[in-house]
Design a protein around this ligand. Structure first.
Ligand SMILES: [Zn+2]
Length: 72
């Protein structure tokens, strides 16, 4: 089992260090996309990172469209 797959099965993004995982957007989920295929975006209101398609800007947890930035 590769490290990436192992990390994926544990629900963690293998490319990120410790962070609060806010999950993925409904759209991404409906397309069966995993975190590694999505952009990680920071939500200041939730103090965590959520994952979505490049054009998505709305936090799936709080709905905030503010302070959304792509993870460096
Ligand atoms: Zn949020």
């Amino acid at each position: 089992m590769s490290d990436d797959l192992d990390a994926l099965l544990r629900g963690r993004d293998p490319h990120a260090s410790d962070f609060k995982d806010l999950g993925v957007t409904q759209l991404a989920e409906s397309m069966n996309l995993t975190r590694s295929a999505l952009d990680g975006k920071w939500c200041r209101a939730c103090d965590g990172i959520w994952f979505g398609l490049p054009f998505e800007v709305e936090c799936p947890v709080c709905g905030s469209r503010r302070d959304v930035r792509r993870r460096p």
